[in-house]
Design a protein around this ligand. Structure first.
Ligand code: ADP
Ligand code: MG
Length: 608
């Protein structure tokens, strides 16, 4: 006996240890076998499992098969037909390349392989148990490969006990199938579990594949994205902001048709949806990136779901812009529909009267914070943008021959009159505004709508050196807690930008000499406290820059509240301002602003 303490592990033990990296659960086996079938050029892949793969996993493909020599060799560690030198790693087009999967699986299960190539009359059968060949013989089998994996971890009870219940393990298997089935839409996949066919995914295009996996409903929730540059090609689908969901399901990135996870790119997606979806809402996406393999390093993780790019910042920017564009095109907000209604207001053009750009009348003294009796003071800061936008609404008219006859004013007046008739709105419960656009009913939350309008308005004031401010007749002194005082001091420049004229006044108190013009009617003490409260809450919830946060806080605290009865003119003004918002659908914090009741649904109801 020697005293040496170091000994080489027997092969089957080494294989078992190495297998731990590749084979964690039945789903890992499924992934490797499916990938091998795809690499073999199969167009039909059948997956059969029993007890969520714990008892049986079988993959039958109609790919190119293996000759008897390869059939034996494929179970050796580092046996691969896919690369032969390290350089090949940079031109990789196959799923596998490490030559580890079959060796690993054979180390921890009972495996039977049957395979035949088209030119051979008989196939080859190999049975393995714990890395040892127990049977090798000729057999009758169709062209392609069938691999059966029985009793996974039969020789490692600890790992077998570690497996979760069948429901969870099967869920993992289905996840893996989705990840390979989505990018390989030309392959017909089926999954049979305990004798029942659970999935049947015929060959088709990407949309058909997504629908057969997730249900036909998904089609109308997705928009197509496409971006083609010399560095990367981006295609796929992303969900409309409205269709955002509360879980992170259905988020798929594929790089050269391989499912990957990449937090950086994931961040790009959320960036593109910023302000379009709420907190804790998640877009769904199926995004394909294609780029030269030499710009990718897939090989940084054994299970190969992580990926690095040589230039991930470019990919990031392209992703953001292509998604934004696609969402814009899909017209994620109903503002255009609204426009359409507006542009239908005029008489149809008959050709014998000169075309004019109608102008819309609006109350230039409207101030939602003014009590009705009060004398109008400052013009509503939104009016300027209103006007500009109203003109845009009629761009279609303007692009016609540009004749502006003298009687233009009259024509526009009649347009206004007709407009106020066709655009009617009423208030429900001092809380909701109800109106129609096209043939749909629109229910708008008055407080949230106003919050959105104000938020976008305040955001814009950033570009100006100081917001429109109004000096107070009686400067107001406000006593603050030490914390709030410190906060206000830190926010001085931002407050100033928004039109506040604030001074520090002794210990923990401030004096407000002036405030944004639209703030006059508020109790300043309450308002400032509310704003600081919201501001602090926002800092916990989200990483916002100071200005953005302050804008949100202002908008929230200054919005008209539920219970406020609005005049018709005020409601219209609010709706119009809302429709001019960049994102009328959600408040800055992601709460839904409006609900749409499609005409079709109304019809359906009365058909019953
Ligand atoms: P890798 O896929 O990394 O090459 P594997 O252990 O998964 O390693 O497979 C080893 C080799 O066995 C493959 O390179 C391939 O040549 C062969 N092989 C495995 N599965 C199949 C299959 N379904 N059809 C044809 N050949 C296969
Ligand atoms: Mg493989």
């Amino acid at each position: 006996m020697s005293n040496n303490t170091i000994a080489l592990l027997p092969d089957h033990v080494a294989n078992q240890i190495a297998a731990g990296e590749v084979v964690q659960r039945p789903a890992s086996v499924v992934k490797e076998l499916l990938e091998n079938a795809i690499d073999a050029g199969a167009t039909n892949i059948k997956l059969i499992i029993k007890d969520a793969g714990k008892t049986l996993i079988q993959v039958i493909d109609n790919g190119k098969g293996m000759n008897p020599f390869d059939a034996r060799l494929c179970f050796e560690r580092h046996a691969t037909s896919k690369i032969s030198s390290a350089d090949d790693l940079f031109t990789l087009t196959t799923k596998g390349f490490r030559g580890e999967a079959l060796a690993s699986i054979a180390a921890v299960a009972q495996v039977e392989l049957k395979t035949r190539q088209a030119q051979d009359v008989v196939g080859q059968k190999i049975v393995m148990e714990g890395s040892k060949v127990t049977v090798q013989e000729e057999c009758q089998t169709s062209v392609g490969t069938s691999i059966t994996v029985k009793n996974l971890f039969f020789n490692i009870p600890a790992r077998r006990n570690f497996l979760k219940n069948d429901q969870i393990e099967q869920k993992h298997i289905i996840d893996e199938i989705e990840r390979v089935a989505i990018p390989h839409t030309g392959i017909h996949f089926t999954l049979t579990s305990n004798g029942n066919e659970v999935l049947n995914l015929p060959a088709g295009n990407l949309m058909q594949r997504i629908k057969s996996l997730l249900g036909a409903y998904i089609q109308k929730e997705l928009v197509h994205i496409a971006e083609d540059t010399s560095f990367v090609k981006i295609t796929g689908y992303v969900s409309l902001p409205d269709a955002a969901i509360k879980t992170k399901k259905e988020q798929y990135f594929f790089v050269n048709n391989r499912f990957v996870k990449n937090p950086f790119l994931n961040h790009a997606i959320y960036e593109a949806y910023k302000d379009l979806i709420g907190f804790q809402s998640h877009p769904r996406y199926f995004i394909f990136l294609e780029l030269d393999p030499k710009h990718i390093d897939i090989n940084i993780h054994p299970t190969k779901t992580e990926v690095k790019f040589t230039d991930d910042k470019t990919v990031y920017m392209l992703l953001v812009s292509s998604i934004k564009r696609a969402l814009g095109k899909a017209n994620a907000s109903p503002s255009l529909d609204f426009d359409q209604e507006m542009s239908m207001i005029g008489k149809p053009y008959s050709g014998n009267r000169p075309l004019t750009a109608p102008t819309i009348e609006y109350n230039s003294h409207y101030n939602p914070f003014q009590t009705r009796s009060g004398q109008p003071s400052e013009p509503n800061p939104l009016q300027k943008t209103n006007k500009q936008h109203w003109e845009n609404l009629f761009e279609g008219f303007k692009s016609q021959p540009d004749t502006m006859p003298a009687e233009a004013d009259q024509t526009s007046l009649s347009a206004v009159q007709q407009q106020s008739v066709s655009f009617s709105v009423f208030q429900l419960n001092a809380k909701y505004l109800i109106t129609t656009y096209e043939q749909n009913v629109l229910v708008v939350d008055q407080q949230r709508a106003h919050e959105r309008v104000l938020y976008e308005h305040y955001l814009q004031t950033k570009s100006e050196s100081a917001g429109p401010s109004q000096q107070l007749l009686f400067p107001e002194q406000i006593e603050l807690s030490a914390n709030d005082f410190a906060l206000v001091k830190g926010l001085m420049p931002e407050f100033k930008q928004l039109g506040f004229d604030i001074e520090v006044f002794g210990k923990n108190s401030i004096v407000i000499n002036g405030s944004p013009a639209d703030m006059q009617d508020f109790n300043l003490l309450e308002l400032v406290e509310g704003i600081l409260e919201t501001y602090k809450l926002n800092t916990i919830d989200a990483k916002l820059d100071k200005h953005d946060n302050l804008c949100r806080a202002l908008a929230k605290n200054m919005s008209i509240k539920y219970g406020k009865v609005l005049e018709e003119e005020e409601m219209k003004q609010l709706l119009q301002s809302l429709m001019q918002c960049e994102n009328p659908m959600y408040t800055a914090s992601g709460k839904g602003v409006m609900m749409q009741l499609p005409y079709g649904d109304i019809e359906k109801y009365f058909k019953r």
